[in-house]
Design a protein around this ligand. Structure first.
Ligand code: ADP
Ligand code: MG
Ligand code: MG
Ligand code: MG
Length: 400
């Protein structure tokens, strides 16, 4: 046991040495801090003589992106490691293995995934991942089903809800996704070129009503243990493997919030293709690939979710087919709405995305931002009438 302090690279090596059964005693280890995230330190520790390596992820008591003026609970390291263990028990091949969790240091020791690429980067480079839809469809189906009242003991589920009470990280979402983008908040980072389009949102009463409904769902609907931050920067990928990382925002919330996070980030890349694709044909192809992925993820999710429900559903009252249809319809509606909300906040909120921000041509960037706002606000406004995933795809196509 040791008192909390943020580790240096040298201290990270020292700590790694103390772990049983990982490295050869007395061999040389190297250590690099590689975190590119907004919140935490990430150390890559490797033993050149054997090629073994691990990752140490340590929470620091404030948000790196804002600085020491924004304190942030270290309990998120516990949430992250406990969520990873539950996810690993449900889909062992789709998350990094956790070797250890050190509560005093807010530190998780996990499998090194450096042979994978962060999916956001892979999409920006124009790569395709044929197994992704199947993998992530299974990840969301299993994690959302088995942690819900449909798939686990309902009394134990209440204790799970308590285990994952995550007020400080939820508050970040409540503010940065469901509040600040819809008013002239200091945290916003409004691109001057699109200020006109942003100001329109602040006065759009129909939009503000639907955002309030989505925010209320985020606050109150304890449906499943969510990942809570399931964007393409939280997914490590290569051709034959998909790994979901970084569940420090995990809490009990609406299923559609995780699915929406995923779809929003695929669609944000879609909006930016004018800048990334080399010509009109490859742009259309890649956009089709992204929309096809959205559709496939949804189909795999629904197929797997229904079969889990039929085989392992714990509740007799909920077993009827018409109830299942009703339930998945609600998940679809939430998915539309949260997809929209997750897109809008990335255009002019605090934390934006490389897919759009790294575009060099200002005209292409502005187009992408306007497209993202149009798709996002349309999905938010129409979410309560959603009937199919094809409808969502149509909205994307109609707004480029
Ligand atoms: P944050 O919560 O600060 O966003 P992440 O868990 O997303 O932290 O990690 C930040 C970065 O650290 C990732 O984008 C990736 O580059 C690297 N990283 C994190 N986990 C691993 C891992 N298991 N293997 C290899 N690199 C990792
Ligand atoms: Mg991250
Ligand atoms: Mg990151
Ligand atoms: Mg994180």
């Amino acid at each position: 046991m040791s008192k909390y302090h943020a580790l240096t690279e040298a201290q990270a090596v020292q700590y790694a040495r103390s772990l049983p059964d990982l490295f050869t005693p007395d061999s040389e280890l190297s250590s690099h801090e590689i975190g590119d995230g907004n919140l935490n330190l990430v150390f890559h520790i490797s033993e050149p003589s054997t090629g073994k390596s691990i990752i140490l992820k340590q929470a620091i008591p404030y948000a790196k992106v804002v600085g020491e003026s924004m304190p942030l609970t270290l309990d998120r390291a516990r949430i992250e490691s406990e969520a990873l263990l539950i996810q690993e028990s449900l889909c062992p091949d789709l998350v990094p293995h956790v070797y250890a969790y050190e509560p005093d240091l807010a530190l998780t020791v996990m499998q090194d995934l450096s042979d994978h690429t962060i999916m956001r980067k892979g999409l920006i480079e124009g790569n395709r991942y044929p197994l992704f839809a199947q993998h992530i469809g299974r990840f969301i189906a299993h994690t959302l089903f088995y942690t819900s009242d449909l798939g686990m003991n309902q009394q134990e589920k209440k204790l799970r809800v308590k285990q994952f009470i995550n007020p400080e990280l939820c508050k970040i979402t409540e503010d940065l996704i469901f509040d600040d983008p819809y008013r002239d908040a200091d945290t916003n980072n409004i691109p001057p070129a699109i200020r006109d389009a942003v100001e329109v949102l602040w006065k759009d009463q129909e939009l503000l009503l639907e955002v309030a409904i989505l925010r209320n769902g985020f606050l109150t609907k304890a449906q499943s243990l969510l990942h809570g931050d399931l964007h393409t920067g939280s997914i490590f990928i290569k051709e034959d493997s998909t790994k979901v990382i970084d569940p420090e925002f995990a809490y009990y919330g609406p299923m559609g919030f995780d699915i929406g996070a995923l779809f929003a980030n695929l669609l944000l890349n879609f909006t930016a293709q004018e800048g990334w694709s080399k010509d009109a044909k490859s742009r259309a192809d890649y956009r089709n690939y992204l929309l096809g992925t959205v559709k496939d993820v949804w189909s795999f999710f629904v197929g797997e979710f229904r079969s889990l429900w039929a085989l392992y559903g714990v509740d007799r009252v909920f077993a009827g087919e018409s109830y299942q249809d009703y339930y998945l319809q609600q998940v679809l509606r939430d998915t539309w709405g949260y997809t929209g909300a997750k897109m809008v906040r990335r255009v002019h909120g605090l934390a934006q995305v490389a897919d759009i921000n790294k575009l060099e041509d200002p005209a292409a960037k502005e187009r992408a931002q306007r497209i993202a706002l149009r798709i996002g606000t349309t999905l938010i406004k129409q979410h309560r009438q959603a009937t199919s995933i094809d409808g969502l795809i149509e909205i994307a196509l109609n707004n480029v």
